[in-house]
Ligand binder design. Sequence first.
Ligand SMILES: Cc1cc2nc3c(=O)[nH]c(=O)nc-3n(C[C@H](O)[C@H](O)[C@H](O)COP(=O)(O)OP(=O)(O)OC[C@H]3O[C@@H](n4cnc5c(N)ncnc54)[C@H](O)[C@@H]3O)c2cc1C
Length: 407
Amino acid sequence: MSDGLSFDEGPERRALRAAVADLGQKYGQRYFLEQARTGGDTNQLWAEAGKLGFLGVNLPEEYGGGGGGLGELALVLEELGAAGCPLLMMIVSPAICGTILARFGTDEQKTRWLPGLADGSITMAFAITEPDAGSNSHNISTVARRPADLDGKGGTGGGNGTGGGGQGWRLSGRKIWISGVDVADAILVVAKLADGPRGTLRPALFVVPTDSAGVEAQPIPTEIVSPERQSTVFFDDVVLADDALVGHPDAGIAQLFAGLNPERVMAAAYALGVSRLAMAKASEYARTRTVWSTPIGAHQGLAHPLAACQVEIELAALMIQKAAWLIDQGQDEAAGAAANTAKYAAAEAAVRTVDQAIQTHGGNGLSQEYGVGALLAMSRVSRIAPVSREMILSFIAQHRLKLPRSY
Ligand SMILES: Cc1cc2nc3c(=O)[nH]c(=O)nc-3n(C[C@H](O)[C@H](O)[C@H](O)COP(=O)(O)OP(=O)(O)OC[C@H]3O[C@@H](n4cnc5c(N)ncnc54)[C@H](O)[C@@H]3O)c2cc1C
């Protein structure tokens, strides 16, 4: 008897989990931290994960993907994180960029980009955040124009700036906190279209090769212990071909959200992996470290906070599965609230679990040897990016509780 509701992942997902966990263990946290501390990168792990089909598990089979869904991709990131190798770029390249291109790209765009995204030979960054707009993405000022509009001739396509086929585009603006530009082949950029004579702006998505003239990236020094870096990116009158525009310019918002919900679920999976790693380290340490002639885990002062974190971890895992399922069912509207809820739950679990894991380790929590303190900034990232705790709570307050908005 089946009512359509199952909490059994099934043999395929279990096998995928086991295979990804094997790969994660092969590299492990030591590899990840050593790369971070020596200025290295995760290219080797990325390439192997791609070759094994893990990076493209959500992408269409006809373009070299695994034909699965976001549920599978989230599971891959969770398992790699639990093994100490949380690949932030999985949130961006196959999840946001892959999803948007698979859903809205032209045949040419899909053929050009998806096979490489699927096997990991192409990495694509995603750029929406701007220094002056911050959380308020409606305020972005990166702009794409038709060259004729720049010449002041305007009127290239009925005054809406989207005509002018064959002219290409010119992109200008500045993005901040863009992950992985240093290793990426291209960036999916959220810009606004200049509206020709009327000068109004609309959001639209462009694939910009990182080697284009006028693209410059400057690394942002951070306190995050990870080989994956963030950059400020400048677009100085970058010349783009016509087909750099993804999908339809009038559907920019819908296309964007088709990528942002997966982004939230993947950010949650990232946080879940970090939480599981921290919990594994903490519980192992609490079982074995003995002072006052008993293992420290016997003291409820340590055991209860760890148990409470475990509850949070399991609840976050459930919510991630629900949100990914809704996305995979194409239920975009319901997926919005679920993806935000999953992201919130997983980030809070990560922050509290890492904090408690450090406390459990005493002084060793801050040593490099145990690899727990290294998770601190990483866990805090989950509360801030890609959407902050406060913006999620505002979303839930407005959309689920129908409360008025203050901003
Ligand atoms: C490691 C890392 C990787 C990232 N990777 C990418 C990437 O690849 N691509 C990309 O485009 N961006 C990326 N980001 C950017 C990230 O999405 C932003 O940092 C995030 O959306 C918050 O924006 P902000 O930093 O401008 O903060 P702000 O918008 O300046 O907010 C600052 C604080 O004010 C709070 N706040 C703002 N508005 C309100 C409100 N109305 N009510 C209550 N509180 C409010 C926020 O919650 C936050 O706590 C990354 C960030 C980090 C840290």
